[in-house]
Write a protein that binds this ligand. Structure first.
Ligand code: ADP
Length: 330
């Protein structure tokens, strides 16, 4: 981290379609009394519809008291990224008395990822077959890589260096789509509840697998795995069951696997087209959730015949906010 005097916390925000992410510094309490010679990063998030709670948090933590750079009119100037930095700029000015210094979202996401990868040991890891392993990302073997940021939508970027990147493509069928459907279909109230439900469920109650179509014998003959998904939700078509006859757990499990495999497959296709072998995944969709990471890893490994690697990042939901924080040093 850029060294900051102990009494001067920094705060940056990423106001996305679903969540507001905050990254801020707190001085390390080494020996007390003003001489802290480092700062620690702290993370917080709020649902976007709970903007007021975010304001209260910023005030309660004293993150505006003495910090940050100040604009010429002595208003506090906060680095902020994400579409909401434009939409809610007036709210921040009127309700908290701060001006938002708006930064490009993709720039920030890439800066945040590069910062993590180049400065935080152990920030990158694989998660496959139940094992989490650190990935060596020394500067000379880091670039180029594909960055797949799974938020409300999905952005896919080719990163070739510090501040060197291209937004290659994306898809609107992302975390917002999945969680939106999850709320409608399972009645879950929070993302955590959705993830917990999915862990207790069985996706094969709703998913059609190759064995259901071909029969076990044909699968064996043709060397197909009997559990390969043929059609997510495909069993529903031929069933007499109604929505309420399905367990929310099973619905959640099917939703999570359908979206996760689909996004991973798109990531694989883009990486193949660009000839990239390492794919980093970020965004709050992942939420450090084991089976999400396992499924992404499985899909990338399966489609690439083990030629590509899915890599995950600690603090994956905060890439944009981290990048915004780093820009105080510019
Ligand atoms: P954005 O910047 O578009 O808000 P994020 O990277 O913050 O994107 O990811 C938002 C997605 O992460 C949601 O669509 C949902 O799939 C998932 N998610 C993780 N945690 C939460 C949460 N607490 N509330 C809502 N969605 C969450």
């Amino acid at each position: 981290l850029p060294r900051q005097p102990a009494a001067s916390p920094l705060l940056a925000l990423d106001i996305g379609g679903t969540l507001i992410k905050l990254v801020y510094t707190a001085s390390c309490e080494g020996g007390g009394g003003g001489g802290g010679d480092g700062a620690e990063l702290r993370f917080a998030k709020f649902e976007r519809r709970r903007l007021q709670e975010c304001f209260d948090f910023i005030r309660a933590k004293g993150l505006l008291g003495c910090n940050g750079t100040r604009s010429t009119n002595e208003n506090v100037l906060l680095k902020a990224t994400g579409g909401g930095a434009y939409k809610f700029a007036d709210d921040f000015r009127e309700k908290v008395g701060v001006c938002l210094d708006k930064l490009d979202e993709m720039d920030s996401v890439v800066s945040g990822a590069n910062f993590l990868l180049q400065n935080i040991p152990g920030a990158a890891f694989t998660h496959m077959n139940g094992q989490r392993n650190p990935v060596d990302v020394s500067p000379n073997n880091l670039f180029p890589y594909l960055l797949v940021n799974i938020g409300s939508g999905v952005s896919i970027l080719k990163v070739t260096g510090n501040r060197k990147f291209e937004r290659v493509t994306g898809t609107h069928i992302g975390g917002g789509t999945m969680f939106g459907l999850a709320k409608l279909l399972t009645g879950c109230k929070s993302y955590d509840e959705f993830l917990q439900l999915s862990q207790k469920g069985d996706n094969f109650v709703l998913d059609l697998i190759v064995k259901d179509i071909c029969g076990e014998l044909v699968c064996q003959k043709q060397g197909l795995s009997t559990s390969t998904l043929a059609s997510s939700f495909g069993k529903v078509i031929t069933s007499k069951k109604r929505l309420t006859d399905y367990k929310p757990e099973d619905l959640a499990s099917t939703l999570l696997s359908a979206f996760t495999y689909n996004i991973a497959q798109i990531a694989f296709l883009v990486a193949s087209l660009l000839g990239l072998r390492r794919v980093f995944f970020g965004g709050s969709y992942i939420r450090g959730h084991k089976s999400t990471m396992e499924n992404i890893s499985f899909a990338i490994d399966f489609w690439s015949q083990s030629q590509m690697q899915a890599v995950f990042l600690r603090h994956e939901g905060y890439l944009g906010a981290l990048g915004a924080l780093m820009s105080y040093g510019d």
